[in-house]
Design a protein around this ligand. Sequence first.
Ligand SMILES: Cc1cc2nc3c(=O)[nH]c(=O)nc-3n(C[C@H](O)[C@H](O)[C@H](O)COP(=O)(O)OP(=O)(O)OC[C@H]3O[C@@H](n4cnc5c(N)ncnc54)[C@H](O)[C@@H]3O)c2cc1C
Length: 472
Amino acid sequence: MRVAIAGAGLAGLSCAKYLADKGHTPIVYEARNVLGGKIAAWKDDEGDWYETGLHIFFGAYPNMLQLFKELNIEDRLQWKSHSMIFNQPEEPGSYSRFDFPDLPAPFNGVAAILSNNDMLTWPEKISFGLGLIPAMLRGQKYVEECDTKSWSDWLRSQNIPERVNDEVFIAMSKALNFINPDEISSTVLLTALNRFLQEKNGSRMAFLDGAPPERLCDPMVEYIQAHGGEVHLNRPLKKINLNNDNSVRSFQIGASSQEIKSEIHADAYVSALPVDIFKLLIPDPWKEIDIFKKLEGLRGVPVINIHLWFDRKLTDIDHLLFSRSPLLSVYADMSITCKEYEDPNRSMLELVFAPAKDWISASDEDIINATLEELKKLFPIHFTGENQAKLRKFKVVKTPLSVYKAIPGCQKIRPSQATPIKNFFLTGDYTMQRYLASMEGAVLSGKLCAEVVNEEESQISQSLAENKTIPD
Ligand SMILES: Cc1cc2nc3c(=O)[nH]c(=O)nc-3n(C[C@H](O)[C@H](O)[C@H](O)COP(=O)(O)OP(=O)(O)OC[C@H]3O[C@@H](n4cnc5c(N)ncnc54)[C@H](O)[C@@H]3O)c2cc1C
């Protein structure tokens, strides 16, 4: 079958890759001139990369790791020590570590928590451990049921002290969905904790060794093309044209010249668009269909990714850091953590600015000034006295609608990859899969989508025959 896919983020490319594996012909149409969507990156005038987001790969990403294996690019993941490192706001410039020893899960996680005495007291650790028992015993079913509560409400319901939130989970919540624990669904945190506690290397982190469009998306495109598929940039989906029975007749694709066809016929059609953009393209006759109507409840959350190039090294830590600062979430010195961005003498900090709701419309200069104020607390010795670190240049990348905001109640409105429209399917991190809004979720959703398209082949052929549409 020829399958037209709109969107070349991880979900669209993953769907195309797995369709190609099943002998189908995927044709991907991407609106922008860059691959990757939320993992897109660009080079500045001096050849330095800047990215949509600081991206971390976890040991608990089985589908992503399998994809790296299938593309034969596993060596591009730079695994870091099995630790989680937090800044200590009360002691500027110092860090607190959770180090996971080489023990089976969950003992390595329990040992990491018990051996850290900087952040939680013993009574807090015990009450948190007791609170987690239902999640550990009842597993994913319990985790899904908790989607009625925010993380702060869940902690209260388990009698876990508020300080546990302040010390650990504000940082985790901002890292996972760019919002605070009062807003985030407890399902998100419990899903992550369950994976981290149940899989030995679940919380182990890796950085890609370079810019995601080149180091991850390009190999996916090469694979798709080698298996007969196509990927086209600068070709936005403009409209979904329908047959009389409401199945898809064609994709109206933006074309840069008259010679390029703009009405694309295929056997099956996939939206791999972000949910906010897909909602704008839902054809009128579909708007009252439950699965599409519910999408109104899913909306992207704003986030800002900041790059700061300094005249010297600010840290020697080869890892992700949880800033625990009010304006920032996680950050890393990419001149150390990422091979292609390496600089032996000068730091390039990449920082996630979140929650960004009140800052998304601010000027880049205001955002940078606010970030530098926070950095003075994180690196006091470099920002006081005579010989202070100088900012050489900066880049701010704003994403006003990024991953869907995972507030309570979202789980039941996330759509499946199959839809009631016979020849139309959905993929994207917001579609239903157990990894929420993440790179792993996007890759898994693409794989699941390819599976349903393949399974529905006979139904799709029947729909095609009924509508007498002749594929190109
Ligand atoms: C700042 C930031 C940090 C993050 N950090 C992490 C992390 O550390 N770990 C992690 O696992 N995840 C992280 N994520 C989340 C992760 O990036 C996303 O979950 C994932 O990349 C989403 O992939 P997707 O394919 O579902 O959507 P997208 O990447 O949004 O892909 C959709 C594609 O559709 C294209 N498109 C839009 N409109 C049209 C149109 N009309 N026609 C054709 N194409 C169109 C877009 O240009 C895009 O390429 C982060 C995200 C951000 C923003």
